[in-house]
Each structure stands twice: as structure tokens, then as C-alpha cells.
Design a protein around this ligand. Structure first.
Ligand SMILES: Cc1cc2nc3c(=O)[nH]c(=O)nc-3n(C[C@H](O)[C@H](O)[C@H](O)COP(=O)(O)O)c2cc1C
Length: 334
């Protein structure tokens, strides 16, 4: 029994699972593997743009073409609207995505208003990822098609409101008119069934997809993801109002220590949080300890490194088993 939702129907996929943009992970190989497995894979534009500083748009165009050569299924591109991208030509990125016929864009980082109209006029589906109901309502008003509602458990940037998914998703279910995906801490089929019960049309996963055979990152990072648990993440950049949930290691603990002594001083931590350290860990050494890298509490639910197809098949099977059950009410013993 396929699980059909407004997400699967509109995006043309068979599994209601999105792979969120992931810096240093979201290359063509990742996106295509997720899409081939039935979900919606996402190429992460910020990673590609940084990889080709001399000609970022050609780099992005080639990555999209490469993804298309690896899958004939729909896939999307993540556009992270952070100040770092202020230096790049955002209209050119959007134009490239449109010219290459990409079906879906995941926006994140700040209000997507500057890019939504152009994408919508070109028929692109816009999924805006945000961490607060008020931001989701703004995204709905300006014409986004879906919200990816990212709770405090998520890997990456959970915002500054510290609201967990139990409340965030229930509130999204009652306040939003447009469909939403549950994001942050998601990794299995029981959660997919729960997300649907909360009114979501699917779920977004980041960290869980890093521990798959096809994820284009070093095996050392995948091994760490299997070995560690839900207590092994922490927050950095709190004092800069740009909180990021990261893997807890000697480097991120050092960053926290410096932030506690010297709050808001980016220069004091810059050497530890350099983006290139992250890239080297993921792409070259597999050392999970000498850089700061995004990681969600879903870490606690990772016990193996399956293929994307095995992972998504398991998720669907587990969710279906719950969804088709006859209603039953069990009162625990008094
Ligand atoms: C390694 C990593 C890198 C990420 N990079 C980005 C990014 O560049 N842009 C973005 O919008 N979200 C990014 N995210 C957030 C994910 O898209 C997703 O929202 C998040 O991982 C969901 O939480 P989960 O990790 O518990 O599944 C990243 C997450 C991870 C784990």
C-alpha cells in the first residue's frame, strides 16, 4: 500500500520523505540515491557554490546535470539564504535552477520572499524550511507551496526559540493552511506514521541520510553516526544568535567554552569553525572530532548504514504496519 500524500502527489515521488539540503553532503550522488529510492533528493547549492568559487553558476549547472544523469526521478535544489551567499549572485542561482528544469526548491535560512515569485512564475514548487510558526505563516502568505517545519531536535540551525517538534508540529497542524513536512529528529517509520497523525504530509531527514551507503562522505563519519547516540549533539553559535546543532566533540566543546567566556565574538572561534575543516572531515579524513559539523538528535536512532532504498523501504513498511492497524485502545495497568 503506497502512502500517498499531497507531497508525493505534487512532487511526483512515491515515498513521503524529503532529504533536506546538507552542506558537504548534498552532492548529485546523495540526491540521486534518495530520488531513485522513491523520496525527494536535494542538491545543496551552497556546497557546490563554495566548491567552484571561480564559476559557481557553471558548477551548479553541472551538478544539476550530473544528478539528472544519475536519476530520471524528480529531485530538488536547496537554496540557503544566509549572509554568506550575499557575495554570490542569487538571481543567477535561481535562473540556473529554472533553466535546468528543476522541479522543486527547498529554501532555508531567512525569509524567501526575494526568490519565491520568480520560482513560482517558472512553475517551481517551493518548500520553505523554518523553525517558527510565525515564519511558516509568512512563508504561506508569500506563496510557498510547502513548509518544512524544523524542530529543536534538528541537525543544523534550529533557530532561537527552542521549541521541540512535539509542540511545533501539533501547532503547525492547526495553524497552517498549506501542507507541511515534519523535520528534525526523524529517522524511522514509526515517526513517519506519527508525523502523518500530527497533520504533516511527510517528513524531512538530514542526519539519517548521512548514514547510508550512497552518502558521499567518508566512512569514518558514518561509523561515528552508528556508534554515538542522542546525547552526542550540542549547540554552538548561541551567543551569535545563529544557533547550530552539531556533533558533540572536543572541537565543539572548545567553541562552547570560548563562547561562554567571550560571547558573540566570532573572531575568537573562527579558527575552530572554519567551513573548510568541516569539508576536510567529511571528504578527506573522516575524523569526526577535529571540526564542527551539523548533526541532529536523530543520531540516537541510527544503528546501521543501509542503502537509501533499504532505508526508505523499511520506513514505509514500518509506517504502513501502524497505519493499517485496526484502531485499538490499550489502558495500561493501574
Ligand atoms: C550535515 C548537515 C548539513 C546541513 N546543511 C544544511 C544546509 O546547507 N542548508 C539547509 O537548509 N539545511 C541544512 N541542514 C539541515 C537539514 O536540511 C535538515 O533540516 C535537518 O538535518 C533535519 O534534522 P535531522 O538532521 O535531525 O534529520 C544540514 C543538516 C546536516 C545534518
Amino acid at each position: 500500500m503506497p502512502i500517498k500524500t499531497v507531497f508525493t502527489e505534487k512532487c511526483g515521488v512515491t515515498v513521503p520523505v524529503l532529504q533536506g539540503g546538507m552542506h558537504h553532503v548534498g552532492f548529485a550522488e546523495m540526491a540521486a540515491a534518495v530520488s531513485n529510492a522513491g523520496g525527494l533528493g536535494i542538491v545543496t547549492s551552497i556546497t557546490i557554490i563554495q566548491k567552484y568559487p571561480d564559476d559557481p553558476i557553471t558548477g551548479l549547472r553541472n551538478e544539476i546535470k550530473k544528478t539528472r544523469s544519475l536519476t530520471d526521478k524528480p529531485f530538488g535544489v536547496n537554496v540557503t539564504l544566509l549572509p554568506i551567499l550575499g557575495k554570490v549572485d542569487m538571481p543567477a542561482i535561481v535562473q540556473c535552477i529554472i533553466d535546468e528544469g528543476v522541479k522543486v526548491v527547498e529554501t532555508a535560512g531567512r525569509n524567501p520572499e526575494p526568490v519565491v515569485k520568480k520560482l513560482k512564475d517558472a512553475g517551481v514548487i517551493v518548500i520553505h524550511k523554518c523553525t517558527a510558526i510565525r515564519h511558516a505563516i509568512t512563508a504561506e502568505r508569500i506563496g510557498c507551496d510547502f513548509i518544512s517545519m524544523d524542530g529543536f531536535d534538528c541537525g543544523g540551525h534550529p533557530g532561537e526559540d527552542d521549541v521541540g517538534n512535539w509542540v511545533l508540529l501539533a501547532k503547525a497542524g492547526s495553524k497552517l493552511k498549506i501542507p507541511f513536512l515534519a523535520s528534525g529528529g526523524c529517522a524511522n517509520g514509526k515517526q513517519l506514521a506519527a508525523c502523518l497523525a500530527m497533520g504533516a504530509c511527510g517528513m524531512n531527514m538530514g542526519t539519517r541520510f548521512m548514514a547510508t551507503k550512497e552518502a558521499p562522505i567518508h566512512e569514518g563519519i558514518k561509523k561515528t553516526l552508528v556508534e554515538k547516540d542522542e546525547r552526542d549533539t550540542t549547540h554552538i553559535f548561541r551567543t551569535l544568535n545563529n544557533t547550530e546543532r552539531v556533533f558533540k566533540n572536543e572541537t565543539t566543546l572548545k567553541v562552547r567554552e570560548i563562547e561562554a567566556k567571550d560571547p558573540g565574538n566570532f573572531k575568537a572561534i573562527a579558527h575552530l569553525v572554519k567551513g573548510d575543516n568541516y569539508r576536510v572531515s567529511f571528504q578527506e579524513t573522516g575524523n569526526a572530532n577535529d571540526s564542527c559539523w551539523s548533526c541532529g538528535q536523530s543520531l540516537g536512532l541510527i544503528e546501521d548504514v543501509p542503502t537509501c532504498k533499504e532505508l526508505l523501504d523499511d520506513i514505509v513498511k514500518e509506517a504502513e504496519a501502524i497505519l493499517v492497524k485496526q484502531p485499538s485502545f490499550v489502558v495500561s495497568k493501574l
